[in-house]
Design a binder for this molecule. Structure first.
Ligand code: AMP
Length: 192
């Protein structure tokens, strides 16, 4: 089973993906994690994307599609969770083509709905909590970058909701509740 977790920054996609990895043996493909790893290891690509990411803008389709293509060629597991990908219509088309090449399909797109004030609050708190615990703080977990990330989401990623709706693949859930409640809602979609 291959699924997309779709939603604005701070909606809880990464947290929910981690749970699905643990409980169902699925493979999480997070382009954000891949890009951060490329930065940490100082690859040429990592250096190119660093400033764009810190500002909260999207990196190019070419780069992220390349990362996903590489993973789909090698990763094996009980289905993929696409977390933070696709973020544009071009990425969505590319994902459809890549899955088709593999003889696979997309089984569900789960849209996690959270209101904007909560999103900004969550992400700013995530930055502060990491700092207080001496953990690395994401350079984009601050209010200014977060506003840009939200704007990018509404301009470029939210159109995917209509795109997958037209394909009959989207299920929207409330992402505001406790982590366990959201886990339950996702399980309901996957088992329903
Ligand atoms: P995330 O961890 O998913 O919030 O991603 C962090 C940052 O990485 C985003 O704000 C973008 O700059 C970049 N990024 C991650 N995934 C994508 C994607 N699918 N398309 C373009 N940029 C992305």
């Amino acid at each position: 089973m291959n699924i997309i977790l779709l939603g604005p920054p701070g909606a809880g996609k990464g947290t929910q993906a981690a749970h699905l990895v643990e409980t169902r043996g699925m493979i999480q493909l997070s382009t954000g994690d891949m890009l951060r790893a490329a930065r940490t290891s100082g690859t040429e690509m990592g250096n190119i994307v660093a400033d764009v990411m810190d500002r909260g803008e999207l990196v190019t389709d070419e780069i992220v599609i390349g990362l996903i293509r590489e993973q789909l060629e090698t990763a094996e597991g009980n289905g993929f969770i696409f977390d933070g990908f696709p973020r544009t219509l071009a990425q969505a088309d590319a994902l459809g083509a890549l899955l088709e090449e593999k003889g696979e399909s997309l089984d569900a797109v789960i849209e996690m709905q959270v209101d904007d004030d909560t999103l900004v609050q969550r992400v700013v708190n995530r930055g502060k909590e990491a700092a207080a615990a001496g953990q690395p703080v994401r350079a984009d977990d601050n209010e200014e970058s977060m506003r840009t990330r939200l704007m990018e989401y509404y301009k470029k990623t939210a159109p995917l909701i209509g795109y997958y709706y037209a394909k009959g693949q989207i299920s929207s859930i409330d992402g505001l509740g406790a982590i366990e409640e959201v886990q339950g809602a996702i399980a309901g979609v996957l088992e329903g």
